[in-house]
Design a protein around this ligand. Structure first.
Ligand code: PEP
Ligand code: MN
Length: 355
């Protein structure tokens, strides 16, 4: 157990892999053996109880799969990790020596369930990884972490598995990287692990999402693997064989957080000073822009004109998108940036209207 704590705390990148679901003893053992053979995997994952969106899908083998994990650990030395969603599942998993527990996205959304899991964790020393909730809500994610921490769990990690959104996108779950980055900013001491499998929902873009996570300085990856991915009982489209996982990890360009040489340091410092200076200038310009918005606000108030004029707003957007493009700025960025600036202007003018 101490080895596992040490691994979770110190091994970077932390690599977690294994099937979406444990299906048969043979499948678990074979996956574990082939994962261990890569020499790159730190933790064997397998879903035992599967929270499925629709009834009728495979809902996991249940407690009878736990001895399979125990056997896989004995044979390969890989510590094991399982998703838990109820107090009973926590008890069963611990009874069968599971080394790491994780709370799934469909559980993180529900404070009652998280509390039940947390209550079952009282007095237990086991690392717990908390997946982001399915909806993009950092407070729910934070709440789940707090409940687990209050139960006395010292080793907590975050798993970013993307967020549900309406309609079809390139991803099964939109990564919304900025949310995970903000979560890490708020919890700098918690390891942040990326789960490209559930973000992508398909194999062909796993590599690029995993690379993006490493480029963003994530602490590890959780990637689903299966001995026969196409015939997996759950999440067949996103799973890869242990050998393909090995290749994927070989192809990743691993990065360091800090520049190694003096020269690289000096270069980065120099460029960062320029960034700081430009940020200062932008701030000053935005302040000036708001002062003009205030003047317009006073004028509108005196002449009984509405704050929002849709035609003018469209004109501002069109103009900025055209100009932005010339400076290499994406339409998406310009729109989001101007939305924020526009909201600030409206807030300023509201204040004037109410004064
Ligand atoms: C899983 O890890 O197999 C799983 C069910 O993930 P999530 O909770 O992210 O949907
Ligand atoms: Mn899965």
């Amino acid at each position: 157990m101490n080895n596992v704590l040490d691994t979770i705390r110190n091994k970077r990148p932390l690599i977690i892999s294994g099937p979406c679901s444990a299906e048969t003893e043979d499948q678990v053992l074979q996956t574990a053996t082939r994962l261990a053979a890569t020499g790159k995997v730190d933790l064997l994952r397998a879903g035992i109880w599967k929270p499925r969106t629709r009834p009728g899908s495979f809902e996991g083998v249940g407690t009878k799969g736990l001895p399979w994990l125990q056997a896989a650990k004995k044979e390969t030395g890989l510590p094991t990790a399982v998703e838990v969603a109820t107090g009973k599942q926590v008890e069963d998993a611990l009874h069968f020596d599971v080394d790491v527990l994780w709370i799934g996205a469909r559980t993180t959304v529900n404070p009652f369930s998280v509390q039940e899991v947390a209550d079952a964790l009282k007095g237990v020393k086991v690392p717990v990884l908390v997946k982001n909730p399915i909806n993009p809500d950092l407070e729910l994610w934070t709440g789940a972490v707090e409940r687990v921490a209050k139960a006395g769990i010292e080793e907590i990690g975050l798993i970013h598995r993307g967020f549900s959104s309406y309609g079809n996108t390139e991803y099964r779950n939109a990564p919304m990287w900025h949310l995970a980055i903000e979560m890490k900013r708020r919890n700098p001491d918690l390891p942040l692990i990326n789960d490209p499998s559930h973000i992508c929902g398909r194999r062909d873009i796993l590599q690029e999402v995993a690379q993006e996570a490493i480029d963003l300085n994530y602490d590890g990856l959780m990637i689903e693997s299966h001995i026969d991915p196409d015939n997996a009982w759950s999440d067949a489209k996103q799973q890869i064989t242990p050998e393909v996982l090995n290749e994927l990890l070989d192809n990743i360009i691993w990065r360091k957080e800090e520049a190694a040489s003096e020269e690289a340091h000096a270069m980065l410092d120099h460029l960062r000073q320029q960034i700081n200076q430009l940020d200062d200038e932008l701030m000053q310009l935005l302040g000036q822009r708001m002062k003009i918005a205030d003047k317009i606000g006073s004028y509108k108030k005196d002449h009984n004109i509405t704050i929002l004029q849709t035609r003018r707003w469209n004109e501002i957007l069109d103009r900025a998108i055209r100009k932005g493009e010339r400076h290499g700025l994406s339409q998406e960025f310009i729109t989001r940036y101007l939305d924020a600036v526009h909201m600030e202007s409206i807030n300023h003018q509201n204040k004037i209207f109410n004064s």
